[in-house]
Design a binder for this molecule. Structure first.
Ligand SMILES: Nc1ncnc2c1ncn2[C@@H]1O[C@H](COP(=O)(O)OP(=O)(O)O)[C@@H](O)[C@H]1O
Ligand SMILES: [Mg+2]
Length: 304
């Protein structure tokens, strides 16, 4: 499973829009996808039309008590399972702070489900607090959405420092795999300048920097009103406006991310791809990975 946190501690840069529409596009092209809403604002949960009522479990219970994913997960679409957030998540940071696995609660949960999904995407809160540290300790990759304006790179230093720290202390495979430019105004000089600055910044990375092999996705997400409208309808842009630029851009981003071949035709071709290994549509069907058999001791040739 590839596990990816969508992270930028600034709000309003396109994290949730990217998380929701990228998972929808990945699922449509046949990948088994898990989306985790790790933001107490619950934007991804609401964007996908999920409403939690009193007594419904959410990512909060997953982190703070021993409930299985199946009790929390919701099936949103073929191949797409969502772990919703609730307002309780505000309290989770405080509760977690008291526990021994305060930074690794999410990693503990995810480690048992590596075989169930091809992708796990975590929509992070606009902060570098304990919930975000949990995301960074649990995933292998970080994708940073940036909005190309003149302060786009401001704050990036702290984000990169945090990733470097978590990698050093908790999660050595962690790296920044990509930067995606969102709300891109095609044809403006500023957008092109930010694109160039980010590319130069990555090229100057040192050998041990976790952003050393990051790419600036060649797909940019253009500003598109359908992307701003679709959350009110509880739908991804692929369902709400399948022929919009927003849908086209997120399908292209998902393909670039997954390394899939480009489709002949955008939405329909991707949707028509054969799906061999479908995620169970009923979340209760999820079982943790079987405990691996202990490896048999390597047989050594008898020395003569
Ligand atoms: N490419 C885009 N074009 C138009 N509106 C967008 C685009 N991307 C995001 N938005 C809107 O901008 C706002 C902030 O985006 P969001 O994804 O919620 O950011 P974040 O999760 O980083 O806070 C939302 O209202 C969203 O609908
Ligand atoms: Mg958000």
């Amino acid at each position: 499973m590839r596990s990816i946190a969508i992270l930028n501690q600034k709000g309003g840069v396109g994290k949730t829009t990217t998380a929701v529409n990228t998972v929808a596009a990945l699922a449509r092209s046949g990948h088994r996808v898990l989306l985790i809403d790790l933001d107490p604002q619950c934007h991804a949960t609401l964007h996908l039309g999920l409403e939690l009522i009193d007594g419904d479990r959410s990512v909060y219970e997953l982190l703070t008590s021993d409930v299985p994913i199946a009790d929390v997960a919701r099936s949103v679409d073929d191949n797409l399972i969502v772990i919703p957030a609730s307002l309780d998540l505000v309290g989770a940071e405080l509760e977690l702070a008291e526990t021994a696995d305060r930074e690794t609660a999410l990693a503990r949960v995810l480690s048992t489900y590596q075989q169930s999904f091809d992708f796990c995407i975590v929509d992070c809160a606009p902060s570098l607090g304990l919930l975000t540290i949990n995301a960074l300790a649990a995933v292998n990759e970080v994708i940073i959405p940036l909005q190309p304006h003149f302060l786009a790179l401001q704050g990036l230093g702290r984000l990169l420092e945090t990733v470097t720290l978590v990698r050093g202390v908790l999660n050595p495979p962690l790296h920044i795999s990509g930067i995606v430019l969102c709300m891109y105004e095609s044809g403006t000089r500023l957008a092109q300048e930010v694109h160039r600055d980010v590319t130069e910044f990555i090229a100057a990375a040192g050998p041990d920097d976790p952003w050393r092999n990051a790419r600036v996705f060649s797909t940019v997400i253009r500003r598109n009103i359908k992307l701003a409208e679709c959350p009110s309808f509880g739908q991804s842009v692929l369902d709400y406006a399948p022929s919009s630029n927003g849908a086209i851009d997120y399908l292209a981003l998902a393909q670039e991310l997954a390394g899939d071949p480009a489709p002949q035709e955008s939405v329909t071709a991707a949707a028509a791809q054969p799906v061999e290994d479908v995620a169970p549509s009923n979340p209760a069907d999820f079982a943790p990975d079987a405990t691996p058999e202990p490896a048999s001791p390597v047989e050594r040739p008898v020395e003569s």
